[in-house]
Design a protein around this ligand. Structure first.
Ligand code: GLA
Length: 731
């Protein structure tokens, strides 16, 4: 049997992953599509009785006089709008007559191996071996709208993905809401875990009890944002780090989103996620269709740990495509915190010379190499080399860096335009703008109207031209402000409501073209730090800059929240100089190294100026990276202690898939007087294997390490850290 079963008589669809089951039922003569079950795997999904439709006169065909009671309580897979279900709808329209109602009923279905790509959108992928797809075709006969609910069940990871394709076969209408997923469940004293943040402190975990009414996460900023993350976990009463039931819901999208949880009068919870309906209005002519982005759902009965493992495995195997995804990334040194805008060829080469001697493998030239940019007030859009700074040109610099045996990488912010730029003087109409209004500048820049074909083409060419001009092997693609002034000269009045989504599609198109023309390129996304760290961008770049806050201690919290849902291989993390440029904290160079090791690992400092004792540590750090990066990238991640929660110390562990090796990182954030040691219980080892711990005497059994633990000797002061490397001992 495949992952998806259709029980014809019962009109039930059962979707199975290795450890979870999802059940959909079609009911009544009107073919309502109901959500029956999502949770721990069950053998037989014929549990349609849970929908209570046998209890006539509950269903409209038996008792139309109470249609509203039915619609307002029936657990819908994809709720329509305006006809009696007073909970949040998933889809809404504006017709020629000005009406908003939508009602969907099942028409037919298809089940097939594999998973279709979503045109123009990033999405998880899988072959016939690793997943199966169900397409439920529904329709609203009055509108002539065909709505296909797409579900894919993975067979190698506990994940189900959902998206929706909407095709108009009736009169032209406007889609005013088109979410990607909705699900109604009985409340189990759920709490919602979300990731809140700001610049410099992205993805802080927050929990709140799901109460009556409505709550959620959202962005209306044109990107996934620092502030809220397109992710929610629904945690059943009693669930925790390693036990209990957790549902993870994650949106593969980089623009405006909404994720909502609504607890209603009958103690049912409706959760949904999709493109934010605010300022969204998409015209669908007859024959046109709209594909929503995809939502990833994962169920775990081993708490957050299981959810984390499912998402890490999914993204590593079924989302990231880069040739680097399973490879060590070159250790880079970035000049941003080293020089900011004040650099020239000589300064960069001095950094590169010193870095290459110490084992660093790539120089990345950050902001300030183009136009006449010496601060953030000019030149975005003028993507040609400033030869006053880079004497001899870009190719000369790249060749010199290559001669040192290092790769070369470069920074761009392609989506932006400075008013003080040649590009703006030539094309003032290329910025997003509302006619008659003063544009809202942010970091002295406007956003390019990428929804216009000529602007997109020009933007692509300006980046590609530079990449073609020299041996550039890495690009940091930045985006340093959020969208405002939503107006495009390229779209008619009734399509201005499409700009936010079209903008995101344009960014995807640009990055798709880039990785197609330069297939070996290592692309790192970035947005004022981590404001566009989302699964959508991971489809194009295997790593994303996590945060502009490079302080090792602040990073503990940022990286914990990020690693909750993203593999460590995706988290851009650098060792920077002290006092830290964001918070002024002074930490040990060694600790900074241990924290950056949990990400992509690199340096962001002036290696020609940092203290000699720090420089001396670099070769050993480089060695440490090479020794552990396979494990960090490919292993299972376990959270052993959370500084964000206990305010004193942090601890995480990576275990190789075959459980022969593990690495534990412990950071004592605040020293504690008269405190001798702390017992740490390891996780994920093989209870029957024996392990040696580097630097410690003896051999330890896996069960001892997991249930009795190790002793972290604790006589040190603030910000000290330690690694424990375990390897299996064969006897
Ligand atoms: C953003 C990035 C930084 C740096 C600057 C350059 O803030 O996150 O790493 O590239 O832009 O302006």
């Amino acid at each position: 049997m495949g992952a998806i079963t259709f029980y014809e008589k019962e009109r039930i669809f059962q979707l199975d992953t290795p450890k979870s089951t999802y059940v959909i039922g079609i009911v009544d003569e009107e073919n309502f599509v109901g959500h029956v079950y999502y949770g721990k795997k069950i053998k037989d999904g014929r549990v349609g009785y849970l929908l209570r439709t046998a209890e006539a006169p509950f269903v409209p065909s038996k008792n139309n006089g109470e249609r509203v009671s039915f619609l307002d309580s029936f657990p819908m897979e994809y709720p329509g709008n305006g006809l009696g279900d007073y909970r949040r709808s998933s889809i809404a329209v504006r017709t020629q007559g000005g009406h908003a109602a939508v009602a969907l009923s099942y028409v037919s279905h298809k089940i097939y191996p594999g998973k279709p790509a979503l045109p123009g959108l990033p999405a998880t992928f899988g072959d016939a071996e690793s997943c199966e797809t169900l397409e439920l075709l529904c329709e609203d006969g009055v509108l002539g709208l065909k709505v296909t609910l797409l579900y894919t069940a993975f067979t190698d990871v506990d994940v189900i993905t959902r998206s929706v394709r909407i095709e108009n076969q009736g009169e032209a209408l406007y889609l005013t809401k088109a979410l990607s997923f909705s699900m109604d469940m009985d409340n189990r004293d759920f709490s919602l875990l979300t990731l809140h943040g700001s610049w410099g402190r992205e993805r802080m975990m927050e929990r709140r009890r799901v109460g009556h009414g409505f709550m959620g996460v959202e962005s209306v900023r044109g990107e996934s944002s620092h502030q809220d993350h397109p992710f929610m976990a629904l945690e059943a009463e009693g669930a925790g780090q390693s036990s209990g039931e957790v549902y993870g819901i994650h949106f593969v999208y980089s623009g405006n989103f909404i994720g909502q949880a609504e607890l209603n009068q009958f103690d049912k919870v409706r959760v949904s996620m999709g493109i934010h309906p605010e300022n969204f209005c998409w015209k669908l002519e007859r024959g046109e269709s709209f594909q929503t982005p995809e939502v990833v759902l994962t169920y775990s009965d081993t708490g957050y740990e299981g959810m984390t493992h499912n998402l890490h495995d999914l993204y590593r195997s079924h989302l990231i495509r880069s040739p680097y995804k399973d490879k060590k990334r070159p250790i880079l040194i970035n000049n941003w915190e080293a020089t900011y805008f004040d650099f020239d060829t000589e300064k960069l080469l001095a950094i590169a010379r010193q870095a290459s001697k110490l084992g660093i493998e790539m120089l990345v030239m950050d902001d300030g190499w183009f136009g006449h940019r010496n601060d953030d007030t000019s030149s975005l859009g003028d993507w040609y080399v400033n030869e006053e700074k880079l004497k001899g040109g870009l190719k000369y610099l790249v060749d010199e860096v290559n001669k040192l045996g290092m790769k070369f990488g470069i920074w761009f912010e392609p989506e932006m335009i400075s008013p003080d730029s040649k590009l703006y003087r030539e094309h003032p109409d290329w910025a997003l703008a509302v006619p008659g209004r003063t544009g809202s500048l942010c970091r002295n820049q406007y956003v390019l109207d990428l929804t216009r074909r000529e602007v997109l083409e020009h933007t692509y060419e300006s980046v590609a031209k530079i990449l073609r001009s020299a041996n550039i092997e890495y690009v940091k693609w930045d985006m340093n402000r959020q969208l405002t002034d939503i107006g495009s000269l390229g779209l008619p009045a009734d399509r201005q409501g499409e700009i936010y989504h079209r903008y995101v599609l344009a960014v995807y198109e640009l990055q798709e073209r880039l990785v197609t023309e330069f297939p070996q390129l290592l692309l790192e996304n970035c947005s004022g730090g981590g404001a566009r760290f989302d699964p959508g961008m991971l489809y194009y770049s295997p790593q994303i800059w996590c945060s502009d806050d490079t302080d090792a201690i602040e990073r503990l919290k940022i990286q914990e929240g990020t690693a909750l849902i993203y593999p460590l291989s995706t988290m851009g993390a650098h060792i920077s100089d002290c006092p830290n440029h964001t918070v002024g904290r002074v930490t040990l160079f060694e600790t900074r190294g241990h924290v950056a090791l949990a990400g992509t690992f690199g340096y962001e400092l002036d290696i020609t100026k940092i203290p000699e004792e720090d420089v001396k540590q670099i070769p050993a750090q480089v060695e440490m990276y090479h020794k552990y990066n396979d494990l960090v990238r490919g292993g299972d991640y376990y959270r052993l202690a959370s500084y964000a929660g206990n305010h004193m110390y942090d601890c995480w562990e990576l275990v190789s898939k075959d459980k022969t090796e593990a690495l534990v990182t412990f950071v004592q954030v605040l020293g504690r007087p008269n405190y001798k040691s702390r017992r740490i219980l390891l996780k994920g080892l093989d209870a029957d294997k024996y392990y040696r711990i580097e630097g410690l005497d003896g051999v330890y059994a896996g069960d001892t390490l997991m249930y009795a633990g190790i002793l972290v000797e604790n006589p040190w002061g603030d910000f000290q850290s330690r690694l424990y490397h375990l390897t299996e001992v064969l006897n």
